[in-house]
Design a protein around this ligand. Structure first.
Ligand SMILES: CC(C)(COP(=O)(O)OP(=O)(O)OC[C@H]1O[C@@H](n2cnc3c(N)ncnc32)[C@H](O)[C@@H]1OP(=O)(O)O)[C@@H](O)C(=O)NCCC(=O)NCCS
Length: 163
């Protein structure tokens, strides 16, 4: 109860947060081992390059415990388009508004960097229906769908946020 009533804090993670962030990602049922490996690569670039990193991370903490993370970055060869690469909320803390707060903070950060358009790609598999519902409920627009993109029967959905 103490944990759930403590305020959510959003901040930029530091290198010692890496272990917990990857553990959190590993426990998210919808993330495959390959997804977690990709998150690890982006994290490594983030901690190695610091302010020069292409990738930005934000984490959500409550009562000192990390409960979610977001990863986003500028889209190459565009004027002010950004990609929202990853959003993950601890498997046991989903549906408590943490994803919504992280999305709001990512939007704010992108806006501060002069971003105009945020792209979110997600899968069309039935397991990702709750994820698609989340984006639709939080003001993202379904802009495109590419059939059979990930695999036969697994489409790519592209949501956008105009900032
Ligand atoms: C998708 C995810 C990031 C959403 O974060 P969350 O903290 O669980 O979602 P929230 O509690 O912030 O939900 C925000 C809003 O979306 C709605 N929503 C969330 N899941 C929903 C669902 N399955 N169906 C309908 N609405 C849903 C909530 O009702 C809430 O609306 P409200 O503000 O009107 O009450 C999280 O569940 C998650 O990590 N899922 C697994 C990994 C994943 O799919 N990541 C995204 C792709 S990389």
């Amino acid at each position: 109860l103490a944990l759930s009533t403590a305020a959510l804090e959003i901040g930029i993670p530091t290198p010692p947060d890496g272990e917990r962030l990857l553990e959190l990602a590993r426990r998210v049922k919808l993330f495959s081992a390959e997804d977690v490996e990709t998150i690890r690569e982006l994290w490594t670039e983030f901690v190695t390059k610091g302010g020069d990193s292409w990738y930005h991370f934000l984490i959500a903490r409550r009562g000192g415990e990390m409960l979610g993370f977001a990863c986003y970055g500028r889209r190459a060869l565009t004027e002010s388009t950004w990609d929202f690469y990853w959003l993950g909320v601890d498997q046991n803390a989903q549906g408590q508004g943490i994803g919504k707060v992280l999305l709001r903070e990512v939007k704010e950060s992108v806006r501060q960097h002069g971003g105009r358009l945020l792209l979110i790609e997600t899968a069309g598999k039935p397991e990702f229906e709750p994820t698609r519902q989340f984006y639709l409920h939080t003001g993202c627009a379904l802009e495109a769908r590419i059939r059979d993109f990930y695999a036969p029967g697994d489409d790519l959905f592209i949501f956008t946020v105009r900032l």
